[in-house]
Design a protein around this ligand. Structure first.
Ligand code: PLP
Length: 427
């Protein structure tokens, strides 16, 4: 079908899309469009249009959203225009209205209340707030996995060194989710205070059964912290339903937000348990230096302090709107369709072993594989020659290659990965 027919045929397709001169050589519209064609989760024309909403170059297949996401023009424009506006008057622009609007949108994305969210600079900052804010003391035990990203490993090791907590590790099984619940249960002792797990592991993208682990934690009277760096903006879920006590994520990965953005969720009834330790302007609800009194902000804003960049928070708000506009169910469906194509293709290549879970229900859009004959560094080097951005996974001794598939990726790019992997072994 010709592009013209698509524009005529797709319900809701509008004039802005057809403005000539905006098309790149592949027929994509490379500029933020205020009006969109109807979202069609299985309609390649829609996803082609969407790719044009990102400045990502066509030559390079960017498949490392798990490391850092790309931002659409809408986000970039929002940051720029807020910055332009504020620099004219040299004000910070901090406003309760903006905070409320962005956090309300984020709450709808994550399934929580706006008041349970704090802005952070990245997932690691949120992890540190929880790690250092919980009243953990020497001898208290924390259960975590051997597959943690450094961001959810170093803070706990630091706490071990400073305070003397005991870290108990389990290796996540990619065979079955149930198995992981059993592995955690076996590590629980009367000294266990916290389970700290990723929602999806950075290593193989396995989605851990957070709800079931949360039920186990509640039964045993243990806190549950979830590192959600790899799931916000990729999966559709509801934090209240998952039942964890706290959850930290990046805004600059799957959420498509500006770099140096993040969100921390602390469940309402945990706000006084996770103590706010870095505090200042905006953390409080009134204080008196002379009397020495302080009331912390009643919401998770208590974890925020001092002057911050308002433009990047406005940009995060634009990213959240962008995701809502597509719909998280559609985002996940697209991410999953691309990653499933990748897995099916990888499985057919000799000596290649997919390390991500075989069960599609336990997989995310992070797919990790290994070549039985080659070190992962050599495979990565070969992929680079295809102008392909993948990531090596050394964590947990996995030694694999990780490919992320997000909404701006295409089946052609998946095919490029497969072609690169097919040609890596000359034996
Ligand atoms: C599971 C996980 N946790 C934490 C992080 C750190 O994220 P940030 O750089 O936003 O702090 C990452 C980054 O890749 C990650 O994969």
């Amino acid at each position: 079908m010709k592009r013209k027919d698509f524009l005529k045929g797709a319900a809701g397709t509008i004039a802005a899309v057809s403005v000539p001169g905006f098309m790149n050589r592949e027929g994509r519209v490379n500029r933020a469009q205020t009006t969109w064609p109807t979202v069609g989760p299985d309609d390649e024309r829609f996803w082609k249009f969407l790719r044009g909403q990102f400045p990502l170059t066509e030559e390079r297949a960017y498949m490392n959203t798990g490391g850092l996401g790309a931002s659409p023009y809408e986000v970039i424009d929002a940051v720029k225009s807020k910055m332009d506006e504020l620099e004219k008057v040299a004000e910070t622009g901090h406003s309760d209205e903006i905070w409320k609007e962005v956090k309300t949108g984020a709450g709808r994305l994550l399934g929580c209340d706006a008041g349970e969210l704090a802005f952070t600079r990245n997932a690691t900052e949120g992890i540190n707030i929880v790690c250092n804010g919980l009243p953990l003391k020497s001898g208290d035990e924390v259960i975590t996995t051997t597959h943690e990203h450094v961001g959810n490993a170093i803070p706990w090791v630091g706490l071990r060194q400073r305070v003397g907590i005991v870290i108990r590790l389990f290796e996540p099984s990619t065979e079955s989710a149930r198995e992981n619940i059993d592995r955690i249960e076996k590590l629980i002792t009367p000294r266990t205070r916290l389970i700290s797990i990723p929602h999806a592991t950075t290593t193989t993208g396995q989605v851990l059964p957070v709800k079931a682990i949360s039920e186990l934690a509640k039964r045993k009277n243990i806190w549950l912290f979830v590192d959600g760096a790899q799931t916000a903006g990729m999966l559709a879920f509801n934090l209240h339903d998952l039942g964890c006590d706290a959850y930290a994520t990046s805004g600059h990965k799957w959420m498509l937000g500006p770099k140096e953005t993040g969100l921390l969720y602390v469940r309402k009834d945990m706000l006084d348990v996770v103590q706010a330790k870095f505090i200042g302007a905006y953390s409080d609800n009134g204080f008196d230096l002379v009397k020495g009194t302080l009331a912390l902000h009643p919401t998770a804003q208590r974890y925020e302090h001092g002057t911050v960049s308002v433009p990047i928070r406005v940009g995060l708000g634009a990213a959240i709107k962008f995701l809502h506009r597509i719909g998280m169910e559609h985002v996940w469906r697209r991410d999953q369709a691309l990653s499933t194509r990748l897995v099916d293709g990888l499985k057919a290549i000799p000596y290649v072993r997919v390390l991500s879970p075989a069960d599609p229900d336990e997989r995310s859009a992070l797919i990790t594989f290994k070549h039985e004959k080659l070190a992962f560094g050599a495979v990565l080097e070969h992929l680079n020659t295809y102008n392909l951005r993948a990531r090596g996974v050394g964590e947990g001794g996995v030694n694999g290659i990780r490919i992320s598939t997000h909404i701006y990726n295409t089946y052609e790019e998946v095919e490029k990965v497969l072609e690169a992997v097919r040609t890596v072994w000359k034996g």
